[in-house]
Design a protein around this ligand. Structure first.
Ligand code: SF4
Length: 221
């Protein structure tokens, strides 16, 4: 079998470039090229391990969402919270600003030096990976959407980019759920972050209603 037949065209177009945790290194041309330029693990070496890792985190996400739903009465999400229109500039869009606020909240955590060093290893890895990921990616999705018309290829790019944001939010929620479970005594610190991320998730879903269903080459097939 030739190398070109094992690679999935466009698989790296809507990924998060977190190759060390990717379950598709064996099918990614970008990874193969990078591997030749660095000391990365051989393609496929981590794929099964990483697939199991993300299946476990999916369970954490379900548990976290369940926990958030229990809080729904105290912190209801109103449709008014969802900025449905794209009328503002991407950087100043309420969704983008919420993503920026999340990064700021984590900065505060880090500087307070309280819980940050205690984060469970897998959770800490995910939270750090997506700390500064959400805002620029969301700005990019909104920028593209602002310049595209419905059903166009550019519109697909916006939905695909928004999907990477949603997945990063899901994973971060799962990770924070794990922190919550490990340190129930820090509930007052962790719960606001969970709720903030959950609202951001709902806002992005409202702004990009087709994003969840978007099929990313290779990753969602
Ligand atoms: S698809 Fe996976 S291996 Fe390829 S660039 Fe994206 S994260 Fe890295």
């Amino acid at each position: 079998m030739s190398f070109s037949s094992i690679f999935i065209p466009g698989i790296d177009r809507y990924c998060d470039r977190w190759c060390d945790r990717c379950a598709f290194t064996s099918r990614c041309r970008h990874y193969h090229i990078e591997q030749h330029l660095s000391s990365k693990a051989a393609p496929g070496e981590l794929d099964i391990f990483n697939a199991e890792f993300w299946m476990q985190m999916q369970l954490e996400l379900s548990a976290a969402v369940h926990r958030i739903n229990l809080q729904a009465e105290a912190h209801p999400f109103s449709p008014d919270d969802a900025p449905l229109s794209l009328h503002r500039s991407a950087r100043e869009h309420p969704c983008s600003l919420n993503a920026l606020e999340y990064a700021g909240l984590l900065d505060q955590w880090k500087s307070s030096d309280r819980i940050w060093p205690l984060l469970p290893e897998e959770a800490g890895e995910i939270i750090r990976q997506y700390h500064y990921f959400l805002y620029p990616k969301l700005v990019r999705a909104i920028e593209v959407a602002l310049t595209s018309s419905a059903g166009s290829t550019v519109g697909e790019v916006a939905e695909g980019t928004a999907k990477t944001v949603l997945i990063a939010i899901d994973r971060s929620l799962g990770a924070w759920g794990l922190v919550y479970r490990a340190y129930p005594r820090y509930e007052d610190d962790v719960l606001p972050l969970l709720l903030h991320l959950d609202r951001l998730r709902k806002s992005v879903e409202a702004l990009f209603p087709a994003a969840r269903a978007f099929c990313r080459p290779g990753l969602d097939e």
